[in-house]
Design a protein around this ligand. Structure first.
Ligand SMILES: NC(=O)C1=CN([C@@H]2O[C@H](COP(=O)(O)OP(=O)(O)OC[C@H]3O[C@@H](n4cnc5c(N)ncnc54)[C@H](OP(=O)(O)O)[C@@H]3O)[C@@H](O)[C@H]2O)C=CC1
Ligand SMILES: O=C(OP(=O)(O)O)[C@H](O)COP(=O)(O)O
Length: 352
C-alpha cells in the first residue's frame, strides 16, 4: 500500500475524538495527533492511548498539561505542519478563524457542519456527492441532521424520484456532557423563522431536492428524531420503499420485534452491543413507521445519533480529498467495514 495519509484532528471534543478513533481504524490513514486547548479527561484517555496531544496555545497551556502529567508533542501549528490533511472539529466559527493557517501552510482541511458552507465552498455527504470532494483543498461535512436527511432522501430519490420533502427535526438540546445547554423544561422552536437551516443545507449536497424543514429543541441529550414526509414521483408499494431503503448504506431499518420504542432504546442497544461510546452511526429508521399512500406519499420516523452519524462521512471525505479512492462505493464499503456499520453481529459482547 502507498504511504498512509497523515491526518491531524484540530479540536478533540464530541466529533474530534470520534473522528480520531475512526481514522485509527483505517489502514490507509495515520493519526498524527490531536489538538486541545486544555488538559481534561478526554486528554487523559487520549494520552493513555498513545495519541500525541498538541496544545492550541502552548504558551498558556504547557504548564497545565505538565501539571496534569500529560506529555505534549509540540504546538498545534507543529501538528498541522506534519499532516497531509486536518480535520477541523473545533466549535462552530473557530474553523473559520483557522482557515488562514491552513492556507498559509498549504494544507487540506475538512470543516464540520457548525461552519458555513461558503467557508469551504463544497459541502459533503458520501452517498450524495463524493465525487465533488475529489482533490479539493477545503470541504465541509454537513451537520448531523443534514447527514441523516441526505442519506435517506438520496436513497428514495434514486429509487423513485422525490417531488417534495417536508421534514421536522426534533433536536436534542445538547450533547450528554454539555451541561450548560438547554432547554430543561420547554420545547423551543429553533429557529422560529422558517425554514430551519437544514433544508438549505441539504441543497448544498442535493441541489435539486425541493425541501421545507422545521426544527424544535427538546429537553433530551441522546439523539435527534426526524419526522419525514416525502412526495415521490411514482407510487411504489410500501414493500418497494422498504426494500430500497435496505439496499443503501448507513440506513438501518429497525425491525418491530426488537421492541425499540424510543431514542433511549436505540442508545441502549448501542450500549448493549458494546459499540465504542455506544455510537449508532447509521440512520435508525423505524420500519413500522414507513407508510406509503396511493398518491406516492411516504411518511417515516428516524432517529439520528448526533455525536456519531457524521463520522463515517469524515473518513470518506479524507479519501476523496486526498484522491486515494476515487470510487465512492469502495470508500464507503471500506469505512463501513472498518467501523462495523450495517452488521451488528461482530459487536455483540461476550457475557459476562
Ligand atoms: N456535537 C454534535 O452533535 C455535532 C457537532 N457538529 C459540529 O462539529 C463541530 C465540533 O463540535 P463538537 O465536537 O460538538 O464540539 P466540542 O465542544 O465537543 O469540541 C470542540 C473541541 O475543540 C477544541 N477547541 C476549542 N477551541 C479550539 C481552538 N481555537 N483550536 C483548536 N481546538 C479548539 C476543544 O478543546 P478543549 O476541550 O480542550 O477546550 C474541544 O476539544 C462543530 O462545527 C459542530 O457544529 C457536527 C455534527 C454533530
Ligand atoms: O450539527 C448539529 O445539528 P444541526 O444538524 O441541527 O445543525 C449538531 O447536533 C450540533 O448542533 P448544535 O448546534 O445544537 O450543537
Amino acid at each position: 500500500m502507498a504511504d498512509k495519509v497523515k491526518v491531524a484532528i484540530n479540536g478533540y471534543g464530541t466529533i474530534g475524538k470520534r473522528v480520531a478513533s475512526a481514522v485509527m481504524r483505517q489502514d490507509d490513514m495515520a493519526l498524527i495527533g490531536v489538538a486541545k486547548t486544555k488538559p481534561d479527561y478526554d486528554a487523559y484517555v487520549a494520552a493513555k492511548n498513545g495519541i500525541d496531544i498538541y496544545p492550541v496555545d502552548p504558551a498558556k497551556a504547557e504548564s497545565k498539561f505538565k501539571a496534569a502529567g500529560i506529555k505534549i508533542a509540540g504546538s498545534n501549528e507543529d501538528m498541522i505542519k506534519k499532516a497531509d490533511i486536518i480535520v477541523d472539529c473545533t466549535p462552530g466559527g473557530i474553523g473559520e478563524q483557522n482557515k488562514p493557517l491552513y492556507e498559509k501552510l498549504g494544507k487540506k482541511a475538512i470543516f464540520q457542519g457548525g461552519e458555513e458552507h461558503e467557508l469551504a465552498g463544497t459541502s459533503f455527504n458520501a452517498v450524495c456527492n463524493y465525487d465533488e470532494a475529489i482533490g479539493k483543498q477545503f470541504v465541509r461535512v454537513v451537520s448531523c441532521n443534514t447527514t441523516g436527511l441526505a442519506r435517506l432522501i438520496y436513497a428514495l430519490d434514486k429509487g423513485f424520484g422525490v417531488k417534495k420533502v417536508r421534514a421536522t427535526m426534533m433536536r436534542r438540546g445538547g450533547d450528554p456532557n454539555d451541561v450548560k445547554r438547554g432547554p430543561i423544561n420547554a420545547i423551543v422552536p429553533d429557529p422560529v423563522k422558517l425554514p430551519s437551516h437544514h433544508g438549505p443545507d441539504l441543497n448544498t449536497v442535493l441541489p435539486n431536492i425541493k425541501i421545507d424543514t422545521v426544527a424544535v429543541k427538546l429537553p433530551t441529550t441522546l439523539m435527534h428524531m426526524h419526522y419525514v414526509n416525502m412526495n415521490l414521483k411514482v407510487t411504489p408499494s410500501r414493500d418497494e420503499v422498504v426494500s430500497t431503503l435496505k439496499q443503501y448504506p448507513r440506513l438501518w431499518l429497525i425491525p418491530s420485534w426488537m421492541n425499540i420504542k424510543s431514542t433511549a432504546d436505540v442508545m441502549e442497544f448501542g450500549r448493549e452491543l458494546g459499540r465504542p461510546r455506544n455510537d449508532m452511526m447509521e440512520n435508525c429508521i423505524w420500519e413500522e413507521s414507513v407508510s406509503v399512500d396511493d398518491s406516492g406519499e411516504v411518511n417515516l420516523f428516524q432517529a439520528i445519533h448526533q455525536e456519531s452519524d457524521a463520522i463515517p462521512e469524515n473518513v470518506d471525505c479524507i479519501r476523496a480529498m486526498m484522491g486515494i479512492e476515487k470510487d465512492a462505493k469502495k470508500s464507503m464499503d471500506k469505512t463501513d467495514k472498518t467501523l462495523g456499520l450495517g452488521n451488528f453481529a461482530p459487536w455483540i459482547q461476550k457475557l459476562p
